[in-house]
Design a protein around this ligand. Structure first.
Ligand SMILES: Nc1ncnc2c1ncn2[C@@H]1O[C@H](COP(=O)(O)OP(=O)(O)OP(=O)(O)O)[C@@H](O)[C@H]1O
Length: 250
């Protein structure tokens, strides 16, 4: 079976409001799968459910065909890595933040150091090794957060809008490093964004979420060329307008 992670019949409610209602989401091995949608569409909720960080009111997650039971959640979570928009760090140095995650997964100190140094270098963050992680700037923190995620060599990588708070220069450079890392590792990736440009750059497949429901799924090109709903058409047009404005300003 080629599906690495799959969610079936997922339903998340808060009081009586349905936040998420997704019949199926499945990521094939090596695939870069984007979930796109406006603010409040349920993207982060879906990511948390798939990354086993939140238990839905209904629905199941399958990892390589195995239904994830409550008792297996921690074990399977260790095969995953998550990068958030605002990185979460322990109160320790950059290097310690990376090596600790590896040690928890049973990697010995020497190998953990090697992996941490290797990935910090690939994300041009080697000079930050001994800095206190919580003192980093937004761009530095995101470099370290990505290095930490790749160092874990996860079977699935989850990213929740990792580039959205960065200035245009840092974003461009980090996106290039990230894309290179994805290409060379082939890690199965679930990527959340509200930026269509990122979808067109990275994704093999994209799911559009609006109001907690899937409105379309397909290749990025199919989405742009043939949006199925008026709401999605408006979303794409708004994005095109903002891009055109940006080009006009340059
Ligand atoms: N713990 C919670 N309790 C109640 N409502 C919640 C909770 N978490 C999320 N929501 C609501 O669920 C909806 C979806 O939120 P979510 O953060 O998943 O959307 P999103 O698509 O990631 O949005 P954004 O792009 O703004 O980050 C929102 O209306 C949000 O207010």
């Amino acid at each position: 079976m080629n599906t690495v992670i799959e969610g079936k019949d997922i339903n998340v409610k808060s009081r009586e409001r349905v936040l998420l209602d997704v019949k199926r989401i499945g990521l094939n091995k090596g695939e870069i799968f984007a979930v796109i949608g406006p603010n409040g569409a349920g993207k982060s909720t879906l990511l948390r459910v798939m990354a086993l960080l939140q238990v839905p009111q209904r629905g199941e997650i399958y990892f390589k065909g195995e239904k994830v039971a409550r008792k297996d959640r921690v074990r399977i979570r260790r095969k995953m890595a998550v990068v958030f928009q605002e990185p979460l760090f322990l109160n320790a140095t950059v290097l310690e933040n990376i090596t600790l995650g590896l040690k928890i997964r049973g990697v010995n100190q020497r190998v953990a150091m090697e992996k941490a140094e290797y990935w910090l270098e690939r994300f041009k963050a080697e000079k930050l090794s001994n800095r206190w992680a919580r003192s980093l700037s937004g761009g530095e923190a995101q470099r370290v957060s990505l290095a930490r995620a790749f160092a874990l060599e996860p079977e699935v990588l989850f990213l929740d809008e990792p580039f959205s708070n960065l200035d245009v220069f840092i974003r461009e450079s980090l996106i290039a490093d990230f894309f290179e890392a994805l290409k060379t590792t082939g890690i199965t990736t679930l990527f959340i964004t509200h930026d269509l440009e990122e979808v067109l750059l990275f994704a093999n497949r994209v799911m559009v979420l609006m109001g907690g429901k899937v409105v379309q799924e397909g290749t990025p090109l199919e989405l742009v060329e043939n949006p199925l709903t008026d709401e999605l058409k408006r979303f794409i047009q708004a994005w095109e307008r903002s891009k055109a404005k940006m080009l006009h300003l340059l």
